[in-house]
Ligand binder design. Structure first.
Ligand SMILES: *Cc1c(COP(=O)(O)O)cnc(C)c1O
Length: 410
């Protein structure tokens, strides 16, 4: 979103007018920003055969999936339901990678039947898979390189006691299973967690994967996962994509030479592609003064945006109804009957009841983690595409709250 003459807009459309038109709370996404992030990533790895698999759990709206497909993206899915959404959005099975964790073998069989690439991350599933499919279905193996990374313990997945991936120290066991069942391993994968700061982490992970890759002679790709960090507040350090691109590409090209074959390089970014493209608009219901604090209470809560509560995430908040007023200190809270503080002691232009506040960086893990807690309706979603605002998800109604509930005679 851009500030021009005291008004915020997306692609020239006034943001506050979007709140009027579609109501609040509402998630608004800027297709142009998603495109520029996609293009930036695509351009950062010039010498390699790059495939970008959008990690759709970050924002699963089907119109967003279609949008990313139109830009040339492929897809990473973590559940068979996400696979079905991806197919419905028009991705071909070959474009979809299915990376589940702790799912049943039945679910994996469903994904095999849908024709997508399977990424397995535990040895017992690999054994069941080999026993059933042998070399008839190609497979990718998710390794845990044991690199401690990620901005927060809850989103770090590469450490030694993480539930994700097969430990790199179990490589001998993996090889035994692979040769016993004659499994066709075509890819190796790692995803060490969200919010990785520096290129060195990627490189260390890459070296570990290259080392492991020497044991498999039929690889087609290596998947480096994601974890690209975006700025949540001014001055935040972000992943230097161009630096990662330059260093990793040259290491990869070198590896392919020793391996004797040109492999594809895969990434599966979520946050990097959609986080900054999203803004969450809420209306101020009450301004309430207590002895030490002025609260701005808004028409949303942790049911719609849980990141501040779950990860202590910082989302910049601006008062888009009043961009030039006197700055005052507010604690912005939600309407849920539970402590749901969106922002503590924030300097905002004076907030009046009815003012629209915007939470920035809300594209990733915003709507996709929303719930009906407190029997509240989930928000609408709007996509600004080619200079026009499109409703891409209707606001829920009371019927949605009742749907699937079964009333018995009492
Ligand atoms: C969540 C996830 C991603 C995306 O992570 P971001 O931090 O949103 O980029 C990528 N790969 C896998 C396997 C994931 O589970």
């Amino acid at each position: 979103m851009e500030l021009v003459n005291g008004r915020y807009n997306i692609q020239g459309i006034d943001l506050e007018s979007l709140a009027e038109e579609f109501g609040t709370p509402v998630y608004v996404y800027d297709a142009a920003k998603i495109k520029s992030q996609f293009d930036r990533l695509s351009g950062a790895f010039p010498q390699v055969d790059l495939r970008i698999k959008y990690a759709c759990k970050s924002l699963t709206n089907i119109s967003i999936l279609k949008l990313l497909k139109s830009y040339g993206s492929e897809l990473d899915c973590v559940s068979v339901q996400e696979v079905k959404l991806g197919l419905k959005a028009g991705f071909s099975p070959e474009q979809i990678l299915y990376t589940p964790n702790c799912v049943s073998f039945e679910e994996i069989q469903q994904a095999v039947e849908l024709g997508v690439m399977i990424n397995l991350d535990n040895i017992s599933l690999l054994e069941q898979f080999g026993n059933k499919y042998h070399n008839t279905v190609p497979v990718c193996i998710r390794l845990n390189p044991h690199i401690m990374a990620g901005g927060n313990k809850k989103i770090s997945t590469g450490h030694a006691d993480s539930k994700f991936g097969i430990s790199i120290y179990q490589i001998a066991h993996i090889l035994k299973v692979v040769s016993t069942y004659n499994i066709d391993v075509v890819g190796l994968h790692m995803h060490t967690g969200s919010d990785i700061l520096d290129a060195e982490v990627f490189l260390r992970g890459a070296e570990i994967l290259f080392d492991a890759a020497k044991n498999f002679d039929a690889l087609r790709f290596i998947d480096f996962g994601s974890g690209f960090k975006v700025a949540y507040k001014e001055g935040d350090i972000t992943t230097d994509i161009e630096e990662v691109g330059a260093k990793l590409s040259s290491a990869f090209v070198q590896f392919c030479e020793t391996y004797g074959k040109k492999l594809e390089m895969w990434f599966e970014p979520g946050k990097f592609l959609v986080s900054e493209a999203g803004v969450f608009l809420v209306r101020t219901n009450v301004v309430k003064t207590t002895p030490a604090t002025v609260f701005a209470g808004v028409d949303s809560g942790l049911n719609h945006l849980i990141r501040p509560m779950m990860y202590d995430a910082y989302h910049e908040i601006v008062n888009i109804s009043n961009t030039s007023g006197t700055k005052r200190v507010y604690t912005v809270v939600g309407y849920i009957c539970e402590t749901d503080t969106f922002g503590l002691d924030r300097k905002l232009s004076e907030v009046k009841e009815g003012d629209i506040l915007a939470f920035k960086n809300a594209g990733a893990y915003g709507f996709s983690m929303a719930s009906n807690y407190n029997s509240r309706l989930r928000p609408a979603e709007v996509l600004v595409y080619n200079g026009k605002a499109h409703l891409i998800r209707q606001r829920e109604t009371f019927d949605d709250i009742l749907r699937n509930q079964v009333e018995i005679d009492i």
